[in-house]
Design a protein around this ligand. Structure first.
Ligand code: SAM
Ligand code: DTB
Ligand code: SF4
Length: 331
């Protein structure tokens, strides 16, 4: 067993996590970079492309989200996309170099009929030779079984923030609902993509509490998206005081140290970040991004900007990722 595998822990205390956050910045980044190098090619970044397959009119009231029916954000609603549109978008993503295609739907949970349609989409993306990821809201055990049979690679289901702050952000579902779906996914051995959003006005304790929840799950999520809130007009969180960028980098670094064998994704919010800030995030252990000019409904950097940045930093897209066993193998 390698050192990297031995260092995988599921018993983090809040005090230990806060102590990491409070380290001198250089010490923290050094520790994160050391953990990163023990587990991954340090110059490789995985790229995923997102597509919103069902947009807006969501019954949930997530205060950050432009797709909630509770807020008038002027978003054009769309029904579940026709399969040919999905094929065209997936093909385009593949031609642009993405290795994973992530499809998101603004649902509280999928109906069985809609799930069957999404399963067709998963099959077509797999046939194009890309990894698949979907995010469709809460799932029953039976639904996770169907997705496993369909060959789904990843399911994205975020915990978003600490259990304490969650109630301030969403009232239409509970933290336990999220944990239950994560358990259903693990039971079917589907790779989990689970992270959160920072910059929502949460406290230092909430950021530490989110990472504690993620790392103390029975298995570390294979992929951990760290989103910086994209502030959308007319959502309740519009106008929230912005998070200090250094604190954002610290969050990435602490996630890398606590979940050393997981891919940490520098997710939403990159249009508001300088090249220098993104470079610091890669140095702190981020090794995945969303690539393509739109996230689900909001802008993402243009792909040429990303390629230029990768070029300047000597980063290789989709290079060799894992150099050590994953948490799954260690568990
Ligand atoms: N409806 C499903 C759900 O909530 O699980 C799937 C789609 S939802 C849009 C996927 C994730 O996008 C959310 O869990 C949240 O973390 C992220 N997200 C949504 N709006 C965001 C925003 N304005 N800024 C950053 N992340 C956001
Ligand atoms: C995740 O953690 N971030 C992505 C993906 N998983 C589905 C979504 C970000 C959405 C940002 C707001 C929008 O574009 O609607
Ligand atoms: Fe709906 Fe997901 Fe947006 Fe919440 S985050 S409002 S569940 S689409």
């Amino acid at each position: 067993m390698t050192d990297a595998v031995q260092s995988i822990r599921h018993d983090w205390t809040l005090d230990e996590i806060k102590a990491l956050f409070e380290l001198p910045f250089n010490d923290l980044v050094f520790q994160a970079q050391t953990a990163h190098r023990a587990n991954f090619d340090p110059n490789a970044v995985q790229i995923s492309t997102l597509l919103s397959i069902k947009t807006g009119a969501c019954p949930e009231d997530c205060s950050y989200c432009p797709q909630s029916a509770s807020y008038d954000t002027g978003l054009e609603r769309e029904r579940l996309l026709p399969i040919e549109e999905v094929r065209a978008a997936a093909l385009n993503a593949k031609q642009n170099g993405a290795t994973r295609f992530c499809m998101g739907a603004a649902w509280r949970n999928p109906t069985d009929k809609n799930l069957d349609k999404v399963i067709e989409m998963i099959s077509l993306v797999k046939d194009l030779g890309m990894e698949t990821c979907v995010t469709l809201g809460m799932l029953t055990r039976e639904q996770t079984r169907k997705l496993k049979t369909a060959g789904l690679d990843y399911y994205n289901h975020n915990l978003d923030t600490s259990p304490e702050y969650y109630k301030e952000i969403i009232t239409t579902r509970s933290y336990q609902d999220r944990l239950d779906t994560l358990e259903n996914l693990r039971a079917e051995d589907i790779n989990v993509c689970c992270g959160g959003i920072v910059g929502m006005g949460e406290s230092d304790n909430d950021r530490a509490g989110l990472l504690q929840q993620l790392a103390n799950l029975p298995q570390h999520p294979q992929s951990v998206p760290i989103n910086l809130l994209v502030q959308v007009e007319n959502t309740p969180l519009y106008g929230t005081e912005e998070l200090d960028p250094i604190e954002f980098v610290r969050t990435i670094a602490v996630a890398r140290i606590m979940m050393p064998a997981s891919v940490v994704r520098l997710s939403a919010g990159r249009t508001a970040m300088s090249e220098e800030l993104q470079a610091l995030c890669f140095l702190a252990g981020a090794n995945s991004i969303f690539y393509g000019d739109t996230l689900l409904t909001t802008p993402n950097p243009d792909k040429n900007e990303d390629l230029e940045l990768f070029d300047k930093l000597g980063i290789v897209a989709n290079g060799e990722q894992a150099a050590a066993s994953s948490d799954n193998a260690a568990a």
